[in-house]
Ligand binder design. Structure first.
Ligand code: 9Z3
Length: 449
């Protein structure tokens, strides 16, 4: 690692770079991700296929990004995002006729399979084994894997209570696949994410106004620049003198047990142990470059702003919109993100809340229902009572859609969810589609002039 003074002067220098200079500095510091060439080829084919049929294409980014602490990465910093927003939104975009490029954190939730994946919706809980056919009956179709007697093997089936739901999800999934409407591209680190975003945006240029960017991934704000990153696993205790570090990494017997710092219960770290202090730089903000350089002319760009403090949300969303001059910031609070979001647009009164009515809200272990409405009522310096929304309050256009059943989209229910629940993405996406249609119409009008 370089010294602190060298570090601070270099990060100051970086702050003075123009967005284009910052871009080349960042991207020239890293080798491109190994999968990038392949992803670019897939994206090119996908885009030209949909340009041909004049279909709209949305790039949905989803899930968290990691920040490695070592170049040969053993440890990394991560965030909470499972990719629910992105995966759910992708389904509603497909339902609206869009083709979707789903740029997602590897192993995070995916459109459609999200209903049957991870620990909350483990696919095995949806399955059953039918009673075994009697030993005299034929075993055709009751596969034994080809070895021995299958007479005690029942057929594996979807449990009867999940048949309708799974049929509906399966049909939509197969439709998307068969019609080449969904391209899944994974990333892991924040750098991989940024490389992919830049490439995809440029490849999307032939789409013009038919392109939409929906940036729901939870992108790390801080990282370790490559020139300060340790190559090998950071050691938690002194490497004994006289041995090579790589050999000693596996030779912990050379260190007395009492010298190893084991955690927070130790009154004082023993002298040989090392405290790990992580010194992170801000990740360069590339939304500027997306808006002004990479993205197709006339395309629509939607970013998300996540906060935990209700008093900050709307102002921070507005600041982001003003800074990057794109089209929409969707603000959400960590604790209420499944039930409410705010659309912040450039118009003077451009703040619109979309809420799922109380009776239709999904259960959420991490959510805090009594915080719904707080970010609408509160600004720094505001005084007065906290707003407690009722079903009639502040739903904007969203409420109408809830009452009429929206676009006919029956949100899919995962295991244990009530039939009555709706997903907030079923309200967000139709609103965005309307805004995108208006932008496309305007772009066409301007072209005619
Ligand atoms: C969001 O705000 C998403 O809605 C969530 C979705 C990450 C909260 P889940 O995956 O969560 O459904 O559990 N995404 C964007 C967050 C973000 O990193 N925004 C940046 C910022 O706030 C700007 S691009 O500065």
């Amino acid at each position: 690692m370089s010294s602190t003074s060298a570090r601070s002067s270099s990060s100051e220098d970086l702050q003075n770079l123009s967005p284009a200079e910052a871009e080349s500095h960042y991207f020239n510091s890293y080798p491109p991700p190994k999968a990038l060439k392949n992803h670019e080829a897939l994206a090119r084919a996908f885009i030209s296929y949909h340009v041909e049929s004049n279909r709209r294409v949305v790039l949905v980014t989803s899930g968290g990004t990691t920040v490695p602490l070592e170049n040969q990465t053993v440890r990394f910093i991560d965030n909470f995002s499972a990719g629910t927003r992105g995966a759910t939104s992708a389904e509603y975009f497909l339902q609206e006729g869009y083709a979707v490029i789903f740029l997602h954190r590897q192993f995070s939730l995916l459109p459609y399979s999200r209903h049957y994946s991870h620990s909350t919706n483990c696919f095995l809980d949806f399955m059953d084994e039918e009673p075994a056919p009697s030993s005299s009956s034929t075993t055709t179709g009751f596969t034994s894997g080809g070895n021995g007697d299958a007479s005690d093997h029942g057929r594996i089936v979807v449990r009867s209570e999940y048949q309708d739901q799974m049929r509906s999800v399966l049909r939509k999934y197969r439709y998307a696949k068969q019609n080449n409407l969904l391209l899944l591209l994974p990333f892991t680190t924040v750098t991989e994410y940024l490389f992919e975003l830049r490439s995809l945006a440029k490849i999307m240029r032939p789409l013009g106004p038919n392109a939409l960017f929906y940036l729901a991934a939870a992108v790390s704000d801080f990282f370790i620049p490559r020139d300060r990153m340790a190559e090998h696993k950071i050691q938690s205790s002194e490497v004994p003198a006289g041995s090579s570090s790589s050999k000693d990494a596996s030779d912990s017997s050379a260190i007395a047990e009492s010298d190893i710092y084991t955690g927070h219960n130790d009154p004082q770290p023993p002298t040989h142990s090392k405290k790990l202090i992580i010194d992170l730089d801000p990740v360069p903000k590339f939304l500027h470059r997306l808006v002004d350089g990479w993205a197709p002319d006339g395309s629509m760009i939607v970013s998300f702003k996540l906060e935990t403090d209700p008093s900050l949300l709307v102002n921070k969303a507005r600041t982001a919109l003003q800074r990057y001059s794109h089209h929409l910031v969707i603000g959400n609070l960590l604790s209420t993100r499944k039930w409410e979001v705010v659309f912040v647009t450039p118009e003077p009164d451009g703040e619109r809340w979309i809420r799922v009515p109380k009776s239709k809200r999904s259960k959420s272990i991490s959510g805090v229902e009594n915080q719904v409405g707080l970010a609408e009522g509160k600004r720094p310096g505001d005084v007065g009572e906290e707003m407690v929304p009722t079903e009639q309050q502040g739903h904007g256009q969203g409420q109408g859609q809830v009452q009429t059943g929206g676009t006919g989209a029956e949100p899919e229910q995962g295991q244990g969810e009530s039939e009555n629940e709706i997903e907030i993405e079923s309200l967000i996406i139709p609103e965005l589609v309307k805004m995108h249609s208006e932008m496309i119409a305007k772009a066409k009008g301007e072209k005619k002039k």
